[in-house]
Ligand binder design. Structure first.
Ligand code: SF4
Length: 567
C-alpha cells in the first residue's frame, strides 16, 4: 500500500486542485499533531505485535482486523473513500473509529465524529471553529456527551478528511475516540475553581491525556477503557462508573503510619452497562504517583484483557479473574515502587468535608478565586446548534476568560465571571435556550443518542426525553432533585442503572413500537447503587402517565426527608 503523501504522479493527477489542497492540509495537520502511526513518506507501520496470549486463530474478528492493518494505517483508505464519497467496507467501519469516525448506517449514510476534550475544557476559539465545521461540513448537529465531550454529525464521507484536519488545526483531537481505546478522560467540571475541592485534578488529566495521545501502545487495548479523576469538589466526576476512578481523599492522623495529606483512592472495574460500579482497590496513592499507577494498570489490562471474547474483554473481567490483590501485585511489576495498602479500612477517614449537592452543575456558584463565579447552564439532553455555540463562545469571551467546561451531565459551565455580571450571563444563556436556574426535574435529564443517529437504539431517547421533560414539568412539582436517564440499548451510554429513574429502550407492541424498561433507586458517589427494574416494556404512549404516577406516589408516600433514591 502506498502512502498518499507520496502518491505516484499518475494518481495525484487524478485529484482536483481543491482536493490536493485539502489533502496537503490534512497531512500537515497530522504532522503538526506529532503523531505518526504510519510512516507517511513510505510504507505503513507494521501491525502491532501480539501481546503474549492467544494464537491468531483464537482472536476475535476485531482483533484480527487490527492486526491485519493498524487502524491508523487505514488513513489512505479513508481519504480514498472521501474522494469517491464512498460507503466504507465493514473492516474500515471498525478501523475508522480510531480517528473518532463512526459510520451511522443503516440509520444514516454518513459519519459521526467524536472528539477528545480532556476534562471537558474547551476554549472559545475552539467552540467557534467546531461551530463553523458543523455549519460548513455537516448537518450542524452537535451534542455534549456523558464523557464531557462533543460529537458532531452528520458528515458525508467526502468531508471526513477536512473535518479531521480542521479539528486538529484548532488544537483538538479525535484520535482514539472510539473502539478499543482509552476514551475521553473525565473530571469535575469546575476543577481548579471549586472552593470545596481537595485537589485540582487538571494537571493529572492533562499529563495523562498527552501521554495517551502520543503513545501507540495505548491504541490497542482489548476493549474500550474509561478513566475519571475526582478532586473532591462540589460536582462529581461520577468516577465509580469508570474502569479506573481516582478520587481525592484527605487522610487525617491515623494509626497506619500514613502521613496525613491528600491522596487518591482508586476504584477499579466500573461498567454501569454491565450493572457494576468500580470496586475500591484498597490502596492510596500520592498525587505525584497517580498517573504512574494508572499507566501500570493500563499495562495490566493490555497484558491480561481477553482478546478472544468481546463480551468478556472489559477491564472488569480482568479484575474479577485476578481479584483485587492479584491486580495489585501484577500492577507493581510495572512500577518502580510499592503501592500503599490500607490495613484497616475504617480507620482512614477519606470522605469529603461536605455533601455533594444534586444538580450543582446548574446555577451560579462562587469560585475559590475571590470575586469570581461560574455559571452552569442546562442543555436539554445535550443538544446544541452551531449558532448557540458561537453565542456561548461570545459570552465566555465577554464575561469570563474564554473558557467553557463540559460536564458529564451533558451541560456546560462558563467560569471566571466577575460576580456582578453573573445575572447578565445567566439571562443571556436563558434567552439562548439554556436555563441557569436549577429545576429539580429538568436539570437531571440525561439521554443517549437514540435511534435518530445510533444503529443500536431501540427508541428515540432524546426526542422522548424532551417530550417527558415538558410533560412532567407541567404536572409534577418536585422539591428535591431527581435524575432521569434515557438509554436506547443495553450499552447504556446514558448510564440508566445509576439514575434515580432509569429508562432502557426496547421494542414493544404499540403505535410507536417503542417503549422502556424502568428501573428505580440507582445512584452514584456516596449514594451509589444499581437501580432495580420495576416495569418492563412500558410503551412510550403511556410513559408520561407512568412517570407522573411514580413521582406523585413518591411525593405522597415518602417519609420526612426521604429522598427518591431511598424511597
Ligand atoms: Fe447508541 Fe446504545 Fe449508546 Fe444509546 S446506549 S447511544 S443506543 S449504543
Amino acid at each position: 500500500m502506498t502512502a498518499l503523501s507520496t502518491l505516484p504522479s499518475s494518481s495525484t493527477s487524478d485529484f482536483s486542485s481543491e482536493q490536493k489542497r485539502y489533502l496537503e492540509g490534512f497531512f500537515a495537520g497530522i504532522a503538526a499533531g506529532g503523531i505518526s502511526f504510519a510512516d507517511l513518506s513510505g510504507a505503513p507501520a507494521p501491525a502491532p505485535a501480539l501481546p503474549d496470549g492467544p494464537s491468531l486463530d483464537d482472536l476475535t474478528k476485531e482483533e484480527r482486523i487490527k492486526r491485519e492493518l493498524h487502524p491508523f494505517d487505514a488513513i489512505e483508505q479513508l481519504v480514498m473513500d472521501a474522494r469517491w464519497n464512498a460507503k466504507p467496507e465493514p473492516e474500515s467501519v471498525f478501523r475508522y473509529k480510531w480517528n473518532g469516525l463512526f459510520w451511522l448506517n443503516p440509520v444514516k449514510d454518513g459519519y459521526m465524529c467524536r472528539l477528545r476534550i480532556p476534562g471537558g475544557v474547551v476554549k472559545s476559539y475552539q467552540l467557534r471553529e467546531l461551530a463553523a465545521i458543523a455549519t460548513e461540513l455537516t448537518t450542524g448537529y452537535i451534542q455534549i456527551t456523558t464523557r464531557n465531550n462533543f460529537q458532531i454529525r452528520l458528515i458525508e464521507p467526502k468531508n471526513c478528511p477536512e473535518v479531521l484536519r480542521r479539528i486538529q488545526s484548532c488544537g483538538l483531537h479525535s484520535k482514539g475516540a472510539g473502539a478499543d481505546n482509552i476514551r475521553n478522560i473525565t473530571m469535575n467540571p469546575c476543577a481548579g475553581y471549586d472552593p470545596h475541592e481537595l485537589i485540582d485534578v487538571r494537571p493529572f488529566v492533562n499529563e495523562l491525556a498527552t501521554l495517551i495521545i502520543g503513545t501507540k501502545e495505548f491504541y490497542d487495548l482489548p476493549r474500550k477503557f474509561n478513566i475519571a479523576y475526582d478532586g473532591g469538589g462540589l460536582i462529581s466526576a461520577v468516577e465509580d462508573t469508570n474502569d479506573i476512578g481516582a478520587s481525592a481523599v484527605k487522610i487525617e492522623e491515623n494509626d497506619q503510619g500514613i502521613e496525613p495529606g491528600i491522596y487518591f483512592r482508586i476504584a477499579l472495574g466500573g461498567v454501569t452497562g454491565h450493572q457494576t460500579f468500580a470496586s475500591d482497590w484498597g490502596v492510596i496513592v500520592k498525587p505525584e504517583q497517580i498517573n504512574d499507577v494508572i499507566v501500570a494498570l493500563l499495562r495490566v489490562f493490555i497484558k491480561h484483557g481477553d482478546r478472544t471474547n468481546r463480551k468478556k474483554a472489559r477491564f472488569k473481567y480482568v479484575v474479577e479473574n485476578m481479584g483485587l490483590e492479584g491486580v495489585l501485585s501484577e500492577t507493581e511489576t510495572f512500577l518502580p515502587f510499592k503501592l500503599t495498602r490500607l490495613k484497616a479500612e475504617a480507620s482512614i477517614q477519606a470522605a469529603r468535608s461536605f455533601s455533594q449537592q444534586g444538580h450543582s452543575h446548574v446555577g451560579v456558584y462562587p469560585q475559590k478565586q475571590e470575586g469570581l463565579v461560574y455559571v452552569g447552564a442546562s442543555v436539554p439532553v445535550g443538544q446544541l446548534t452551531a449558532k448557540q455555540m458561537q453565542r456561548i463562545a461570545d459570552l465566555a469571551d465577554s464575561y469570563g476568560s474564554g473558557e467553557i467546561r463540559l460536564t458529564v451531565w451533558q451541560n456546560f459551565i462558563i467560569p471566571n465571571i466577575k460576580a456582578p455580571y453573573a445575572a447578565t450571563v445567566a439571562k443571556s444563556l436563558r434567552k439562548l435556550g439554556f436555563p441557569c436556574e436549577q429545576s429539580n426535574l429538568k436539570s437531571g435529564f440525561v439521554a443517549c443518542t437514540g435511534n435518530r443517529y445510533c444503529k443500536f437504539a431501540a427508541t428515540d431517547t432524546k426526542g422522548h426525553a424532551i417530550a417527558m421533560m415538558e410533560y412532567l414539568d407541567k404536572r409534577v412539582k418536585l422539591d428535591q432533585p431527581v435524575n432521569i436517564h434515557f438509554t436506547g440499548c443495553p450499552h447504556s451510554c446514558a448510564q440508566h442503572f445509576m439514575g434515580d429513574i432509569g429508562l432502557l429502550g426496547t421494542k414493544v407492541k404499540s403505535e410507536s413500537g417503542e417503549g422502556y424498561h424502568i428501573t428505580v433507586g440507582g445512584g452514584f458517589g456516596e449514594n451509589r447503587k444499581i437501580g432495580r427494574q420495576v416495569f418492563s416494556g412500558v410503551p412510550f404512549e403511556s410513559l408520561g402517565t407512568t412517570l407522573e404516577q411514580m413521582l406523585k406516589g413518591f411525593l405522597k408516600k415518602r417519609e420526612t426527608d426521604e429522598s427518591f433514591h431511598q424511597f
